[in-house]
Write a protein that binds this ligand. Structure first.
Ligand code: TNX
Length: 503
């Protein structure tokens, strides 16, 4: 009953008993994984899980396997052999899933019996991500850490952290403090996609210490946090803080409504330099080899009307505003490459030419993914029609977020990360993996994140971790067991029979 489904899972004779006398031993290279597992199990068993404590032993060892792969045997003792720390961590997650769901409660319990088993496992894709939008609605540090734990439970390994947008700037930048002093706060929010205003101020941001803590917490769970600073569109909050970054020269407010905004950055040298300063601090905080600079949904009207943008086009010998956007993004591609990082951008960055090392996060269906892979770019499939978890989960009128098309649990489970058009094409190897999206225009609380993300995130995890076979009936059976785990963890997921009463 493991989610995501492992490569192989067989039962074996015998059983393991987890209780206050269970001991834990680990290869020194797996010490952090052992510490994590001890931290999860000790409050439940009441024991310290020290080496040599007594009865059954859990051992973590290294073996000749790929870094994320593991083998797990359960008999009188538990043995996890892994290619590296990540594999050992995934083996430990699987062990937790073999325990009764009650072992996920944060209180004393047990002893727990695990029936004998043998599991062999490794992920299908190396990039198993979730986009978490904390710009439209802020989530507290505590809520983000909890979400990271839930990602780890599903063996996901990339948190694409959408930190800035028209409606809020959420990362403290020492050199440009108004970004958060002004840009992190808005006077009110739109209640629906075209809804009324709620009249309630909203905001918040992470200090640099908060972000370091989030990054370290994620790293211990083998999750890379990929920061996103969305440029040159989706920047009204930054322009509200520093009007000289915009095209109008007049003050703007942090945006309160949703949809694609018309206010975009100007293309002056000082603006490029400003955001290079921002990235300097972002790179200090986020060791990720990948950094996303957005590039999506940048309306060109202000550039068309701006003499400065027009003279930039002439000076650079560009054809149009599309090429200007491409030039703008390339300033950051070069900047990041010089610092040993790779640029990630949404598929719009393909439009006016793109640096060879750039990674394309393809969100508008799959056309961008196919084009980018064929042009030799690494691709992350983020197809909105299959993976946007802000879309409603059922057709009922009572679903809380009447946005987008209906995207059921079954729809997400049916998703295949390699676009059909790339089947049999060597370019398919360019697809690093996929990301589902928790966009939060209409997801206005951590509680609602739970409702919208789960259990669809479990289906998504299978599409990136497990084999390409789909077995909906088998998934449903495994999911039934998995929902007991989410219950024990207090996750307020959507039930099969529809919205929860508080929605
Ligand atoms: C499109 S994905 C967007 C986001 C919205 C999302 C809503 C992308 C690059 N742009 O700004 O939040 O749709 O589903």
């Amino acid at each position: 009953m493991i989610v995501p489904k492992p490569v192989k899972h067989e039962s074996r004779p015998g059983s393991f008993v987890l209780d206050g006398r269970t001991s834990l031993t680990a290869d020194p290279a797996l010490g952090e994984v052992a510490a994590w597992l001890r931290g999860e199990l000790a409050p439940v068993t009441g024991g310290e899980l020290l080496p040599g404590a007594g009865s059954g032993t859990i051992s973590l060892a290294l073996g000749d396997l790929p870094p994320e792969a593991y083998r797990l045997s359960v008999g009188p003792d538990v043995e996890i052999v892994a290619g590296g720390p990540a594999g050992a961590f995934y083996g430990a997650q699987t062990l937790r899933q073999l325990l009764p769901a009650a072992a996920y409660r944060k209180g004393p319990g047990g002893p727990f019996t695990v029936p004998g088993a043998y599991v062999e496992d490794a992920p299908r894709f190396g990039w198993r991500g979730v986009i978490l939008d904390v710009a439209r609605h802020f989530l507290t540090k505590h809520e983000v850490l909890r979400f990271i734990d839930l990602m780890a439970l599903h063996k996901l390994n990339v948190l694409h952290f959408h930190l800035t947008d028209d409606q809020g700037w959420r990362v403290e930048i020492r050199r440009h403090p108004r970004l958060t002093e002004v840009g992190a706060w808005r006077t009110e929010s739109q209640t629906g996609w075209n809804g009324a205003m709620d009249g309630r101020p909203h905001g918040g941001f992470y200090t640099q210490d908060d972000l370091r803590e989030i990054v370290a917490y994620a790293a211990r769970r083998h999750i890379t946090v990929v920061p996103e600073i969305d440029l040159p569109g989706h920047t009204q909050a930054a322009i509200a803080a520093y009007p000289e970054l915009g095209n109008l020269g007049t003050p703007l407010e942090v945006r309160t409504g949703w949809g694609v905004g018309v206010n975009v950055l100007n293309v002056e040298d000082a603006t490029v330099a400003f955001f290079q300063d921002v990235l300097d601090e972002v790179l200090e905080l986020f060791p990720s080899p990948y950094v996303c600079v957005g590039g999506d949904e940048c309306p060109k009207d202000q550039w068309k009307a701006s003499p400065a943008a027009q003279s930039r086009i002439a000076e650079l010998g560009l054809r149009d505003e599309e090429e200007l956007q491409s030039w703008f993004i390339r300033q950051f591609g070069t900047f990041l490459a010089a610092r040993g990082r790779r640029l990630v951008g949404w598929d719009e960055i393909l439009e006016g030419g793109l640096a060879p090392g750039a990674v394309v996060a393809s969100w508008r269906g799959e056309l961008g993914a196919v084009a980018a892979a064929r042009r030799g770019h690494d691709v992350i499939n983020c197809s909105n029609t299959s993976l946007y978890l802000d879309y409603r989960q059922g057709p009922g009128e009572d679903e809380p977020v009447p946005f987008g098309t209906v995207l059921t649990l079954e729809d997400v489970y049916a998703f295949e990360p390699i676009p059909a058009e790339l089947r049999g094409d060597p370019a398919a190897a360019r697809v690093l993996g996929a990301q589902c999206g928790v966009w939060t225009e209409l997801i206005d609380s951590g509680r609602r994140v739970d409702y919208m993300a789960f259990p669809r995130l479990a289906a998504f995890a299978e599409t990136v971790w497990s084999s390409e076979e789909r077995d909906l009936a088998g998934f449903r059976t495994r999911l039934d067991a998995h929902l007991r785990r989410l219950d024990a963890l207090g996750v307020e997921y959507r039930r099969a029979d529809g919205p929860l009463p508080w929605q």
